[in-house]
Design a protein around this ligand. Structure first.
Ligand code: URA
Length: 242
């Protein structure tokens, strides 16, 4: 159950103060009855809410795509360092967003922010093997067996065996790497295992959903319904959540 003022404010109908004013004016109906109290609780799954004559599609799950800039931690808070949540507006911070999955502090690109714990959990579960594609710049020269090693599964730090991955060389010192799991510093360690040292890393896509290149570094936008459904489906979270 959710408070009606919080639910509607999160859905972008106005501030909680605005919603209180709507309640006072008798503009909000819950299951056909005029709502008298901005603190009234509703069940977003079953209750019907009409605001200013419009029937609402109630939602509590919010997910955003961010173009993460370098220099920010993929964390909700940190005592010393700036986190990606510092890049979020006051209005969206209220939603309780957190990063689903991580990019290193010096990495850039597609970071998912959500307030939906089940969605984040499903998407980042190790057994899910959701593809992630990265653009990489590196120093050094990758050995001639690098593509084969990636395809067969690179052993990193002489010990951990990674799942088969993709390596596509672009120009000198540039490549696209596709991995299906999310180990600590995985791409950097894989490139290092075949002779290179990553100097720049940007995540381009998660599953079939690509980073919106119109997002400036630090910019973010809500996932479209289609993008959300695609990610929910590939992560095994099939039920419609929005
Ligand atoms: N692999 C890395 O090494 N770093 C990232 O930020 C993401 C994948």
């Amino acid at each position: 159950m959710e408070r009606i003022d919080k639910l509607l404010a999160n859905m972008g109908l106005g501030s909680r103060k605005d919603i209180k004013a709507m309640v006072k004016r008798g503009e909000i109906l819950i299951n056909g009855t005029v709502c008298q109290d901005a603190a009234a609780k509703v069940d977003p799954e079953t209750d019907e809410v009409i605001a200013a004559g419009r029937k609402l599609r109630l939602r509590t799950s919010f997910s955003f795509m961010m173009n993460k800039p370098a220099g920010y931690l993929s964390a909700s808070r940190d005592d010393r360092a700036a986190t990606v949540i510092d890049l979020i507006s006051e209005e969206h911070r209220r939603l309780g967003l957190f990063p689903a999955g991580r990019l290193d502090r010096d990495s850039e690109g597609f970071l998912l922010l959500t307030n939906d714990g089940a969605f984040a959990h499903a998407l980042t579960a190790p057994r899910r093997h959701v593809d992630k594609r990265y653009f990489v710049r590196y120093d050094g020269i990758l050995n001639e067996y690098a593509e084969q090693a990636f395809a067969e599964g690179v052993r990193i730090d002489g010990d951990e065996l990674c799942l088969p991955a993709g390596l596509e060389r672009l120009g000198p010192g540039e490549a696209i790497v596709t991995v299906h799991e999310g180990r600590y510093h995985q791409v950097k360690r894989m490139i290092s295992a075949v002779g290179g040292e990553v100097t720049y890393l940007k995540r381009l896509s998660i599953g079939p959903v690509e980073l919106d290149e119109s997002l400036v570094p630090g910019g973010y936008r809500e996932l479209s319904d289609k993008e959300f459904q695609i990610l929910a489906e590939i992560s095994g979270l099939c039920q419609k959540r929005r």
